[in-house]
Design a protein around this ligand. Structure first.
Ligand code: CAA
Ligand code: FAD
Length: 382
């Protein structure tokens, strides 16, 4: 077993770290307060290969492996979680699905623009009445005699929805078939029949714009179908397997930032005549933070490595996402507690880490859904 990284992996980590330190970190507070979408930074990240890390170079990406993706995501998330959310949707949920299931023409048309950061992508599975229970979707695509589809319905909580040029959409083509009646489509949002709702005000990741989107007699051609008709749910699930590695990486980045800030603070802040880091109660918290952080990173690298080897990684991705997101929430919570008054103040980024941490336990499958996936796969029971 080799725990070292390749030159390529270290190179993209360095690129991400430089952009994180020079651009993303310094602007994080501004974007958190204003809730503006950080378009200029996203373009810069795209120009530097960070929006299509696993996308082959012939389609405009960096041509690297899933481990490289983890390392880069951690760096960006440590500087600002919202930027890493946008990065993860473009990389994992948008490009990855098209690379795996798309035709050559679809790869040529859709992947380059997103991988190079010229356009923003989105992934639309959730609806107002169906989040965890994704097959209960109602968005309907009705096949016409000429092979095209007319799409009507709503999708909610769509990350980058307010700004996305292209969207991977899941809609019911044959409602009586349940999961097997769902089809994936590639949507160009400049076409008629597409609408966006207002941007959702959120607790955290405030610069990652989220909204409801709506389809009113939107026409998708037969060429806009991603994969085969009726295979949409399996595509969504396999894309989410990979996406969960990205969210685990995001959680590690937020947790690392909270941990590093705490480590510095416990050495400098004094109480009862000594640094607060000398108290055994603080030391136990530091030790537990370190263990959870390392365990999360190792589990996430394992899932990424399996993906890179072309092996099945559904369970490992859920194990990584569950462990890292719960560790992140716990570490951010302890960071606030150790910073106490200063942890609660907007003068330090600790309260932002705490607000940003929570989303990692919710999107791309809640913690309960990760437990369900892991336990179903382990027991074979449901
Ligand atoms: N890979 C491939 N196929 C899969 C699969 C996987 N990982 N998981 C399930 N499938 C297949 C099954 O094999 C089954 O097919 P067959 O009948 O042919 O065997 C079919 O899909 C249906 O599977 P289930 O019966 O297991 O489906 P279910 O209705 O019980 O749901 C679930 C399973 C795991 C709960 C799933 O609905 C789920 O993951 N829900 C959470 C939804 C989610 O994560 N949403 C995220 C939205 S995107 C987002 O959040 C982005 C963002 O924030 C930035
Ligand atoms: P529900 O499914 O209603 O769940 C409510 C509660 O019940 C949860 O605690 C859940 O864990 C629990 N629960 C549900 N089913 C079970 C079960 N079987 N066993 C035990 N407990 C269960 N979706 C997209 O498609 N694209 C996006 O880009 C996207 N971005 C998002 C961005 C943000 C900021 C947010 C908040 C959400 C986003 N989502 C997106 C939606 C996200 O994936 C869903 O919120 C998530 O899957 C949970 O669905 P829900 O909110 O409808 O909760």
């Amino acid at each position: 077993m080799d725990f070292s990284f390749t030159e390529e992996q270290l190179m993209i980590q360095d690129v991400a770290r430089r952009i994180a330190q020079e651009k993303v970190g310094p602007s994080a507070e501004h974007f958190d307060r204003s809730g503006e979408f950080p378009l200029e930074n996203i373009r810069l990240m795209g120009e530097n290969g960070l929006m299509g890390i696993e996308v082959p170079t012939e389609y405009g990406g960096a041509g690297m492996d899933p481990v490289a993706y983890v390392l880069a995501m951690v760096e960006i998330a440590a500087a600002d979680a919202a930027h890493s959310t946008i990065m993860s949707v473009n990389n994992s949920l948008f490009c990855n699905g098209i690379l795996t299931h798309g035709t050559e023409a679809q790869k040529q048309e859709y992947v380059g623009a997103i991988a190079e950061g010229r356009e923003i992508g989105a992934f639309a599975l959730t609806e107002p009445q169906s989040g965890s229970d994704a097959t209960a979707m109602r968005c309907r695509a009705v096949k016409q005699a000429d092979g095209s589809f007319v799409i009507n319905g709503k999708k909610s909580w769509i990350t980058s929805g307010p700004v996305a040029r292209y969207i991977v959409l899941f809609a019911m083509t044959e409602p009586d078939k349940g999961a097997k009646g769902i089809t994936a489509f590639l949507i160009d949002t400049t076409k008629p029949g597409f609408g966006r709702g207002k941007t959702e005000p959120k607790l955290g990741i405030r610069a990652s714009a989220t909204c409801e989107i709506e389809f009113n007699d939107f026409v998708a051609t037969a060429d806009d179908v991603l994969g085969k008709e009726g295979e949409g749910f399996k595509i969504a699930m396999s894309v989410l397997d990979a996406g969960r590695i990205g969210i685990a990486s995001q959680a590690i980045g937020i947790a690392r930032a909270a941990y590093e800030a705490t480590l510095a603070y416990v050495k400098e802040r004094k109480a009862f005549g000594q640094p607060i880091g000398a108290f055994q109660m603080t030391q136990a918290k530091i030790a537990d933070m370190k263990c959870k952080l390392d365990a999360s990173l190792l589990l996430t690298l394992r899932a990424a490595w399996l993906k890179g080897q072309g092996k099945r990684f559904t369970t490992e991705a859920s194990v990584a996402k569950l462990t890292a997101s719960e560790a992140c929430m716990w570490i951010a919570h302890q960071a606030v507690q150790i910073h106490a008054g200063m942890g609660y103040s907007k003068e330090m980024p600790i309260e932002r880490y705490f607000r940003d941490a929570k989303i990692t336990e919710i999107y791309e499958g809640t913690s309960e859904i990760q437990r369900l996936v892991i336990a179903r796969n382990e027991t074979g029971l449901r």
